[in-house]
Design a protein around this ligand. Structure first.
Ligand code: KIV
Ligand code: ZN
Length: 385
């Protein structure tokens, strides 16, 4: 079974979500929880971008006990020096250097040539390697970069001493088949690729960030970069919790897994949601309020008989106490009877039929039927009204 490194970038790429602004204490609280969750790498910020980021990266680097802490840097010496100052006190410092490699970015944003990009990347990696034990290089917009140039720049940064090469789908443009093929191509053609780890970093503009991350793993990626609840710029990043649980549940298929403490996922999601003010949709996989709720009668009956009929993930696996069977207009008698037993009532079959009919009438009028509603129906039945 291959072990996949989980690189969390909630505090860097996640914080690029419009309107999001975490203070130092909040960042520290999230970093400590990520450490508890067992993520392999925490990207704590971009130290050279502003003083606030510098201080929070430094505080996180000093506070985190187990995870590697990293900070982002452009391919410039000043950024690398600043990142070193922020990260030097952590047990396992890593620098994360990036420059764009696609023609579209090189021509319109960087106003450089491919050769200048390659030289800048190699020089930055060589310089960073003198200070950091682990150097990661990202080819920004890799998924829209020609495979020839991607192969060439990757081979050159390996020669300069890089340890991890990250190939981001910066604009969420790629598809699972394409990204798998790209990683397979890199594994076959990059010189000395076996000396380093390859990493995927996917954005969700077409809703494929998680699928692309898993496909990248199939293609040979050893590390995936992601955020809690999928927060991030535009449509966000790949969701950490979805990737981690997909690996656990389908390890038979991927022959790979993470070492995360999955039962910390719900707590981590709640914390990030609370501190960022980003509401998690009810139907969000793994951490949404409805992820373990069954409302239709047929599903409730199945789950009550044997939970695996409709649950591929146990709630406890991800730190949710138990599943729920909310009662609504589609609910059946089995779930209703279970609920009234939970509420401490026992009814003869005829009485049960009558109260169930009253419940169905009410459920057609209300969006959701609460325990209090059912209690009222039951006490009305008892008092004969
Ligand atoms: O999306 C991206 O390309 C990035 C890089 C800086 C890694 O966030
Ligand atoms: Zn990104």
């Amino acid at each position: 079974m291959r072990e996949i490194d989980i690189f969390d970038t909630t505090l860097r790429d996640g914080e690029q979500q419009p309107g999001l602004n975490l203070n130092l204490d909040e960042k520290l609280e999230i970093a400590k929880q990520l450490d508890r969750l067992g993520v392999n790498i925490i990207e704590a910020g971009f130290p050279a971008s502003n003083e606030g980021d510098f201080h929070s990266v430094q505080k996180i680097a000093r506070a985190v006990k187990n995870s590697t802490v990293t900070g982002l840097s452009r391919v410039v010496k000043k950024d690398i020096d600043t990142a070193y100052e922020a990260l030097k006190d952590t047990a396992n410092p890593r620098i994360h250097i990036f420059i764009a490699t696609s023609d579209i970015h090189i021509k319109h944003k960087l106003l450089m040539t491919q050769q200048e990009v390659l030289d800048a990347a190699v020089e930055a990696v060589r310089y960073a390697k003198q200070k950091f034990p682990v150097v990661q290089f990202s080819a920004e917009d890799a998924c829209r970069t020609s495979w020839d140039f991607l192969t060439k720049i990757s081979s050159e940064v390996i020669r300069a001493g890089v340890d991890v090469i990250n190939l981001p789908d910066t604009v969420g443009y790629t598809t699972p088949n394409e990204i798998k093929a790209m990683f397979q191509h890199m594994k076959q053609h990059v010189h000395d690729v076996e000396k380093i780890k390859l990493s995927a970093h996917n954005h969700d503009d077409l809703g494929m960030a998680v699928a692309n991350s898993l496909a990248a793993i199939e293609g040979g990626a050893d590390q995936v970069e992601c955020t809690i609840n999928g927060i991030g710029e535009r449509a966000g990043n790949a969701s950490l919790e979805e990737i981690a649980v997909a690996l656990q549940i389908r390890k038979d298929y991927y022959a790979a897994n993470s070492t995360l403490k999955l039962n910390e996922l719900k707590r981590t999601s709640n914390l990030v949601s609370k501190l960022t003010g980003t509401i998690v949709p009810g139907n969000k996989a793994i951490v949404g309020a409805n992820a373990f709720a069954h409302e239709s009668g047929i599903h409730q009956d199945g789950v009550l008989k044997e939970s695996t009929t409709y649950e591929i993930i146990t709630p406890e696996l991800v730190g949710v106490e138990k599943n729920s069977l909310p009662l609504g207009k589609l609910s059946g008698k089995h779930a209703f009877k279970t609920k009234i037993t939970e509420l401490g009532f026992e009814l003869e079959e005829d009485d049960l039929k009558r109260v169930f009919k009253a419940f169905k009438d009410l459920a057609h009028k209300k969006k959701s039927v609460t325990d209090d509603d059912i209690f009222a129906l039951l006490t009305a039945e008892k008092s004969g009204s």
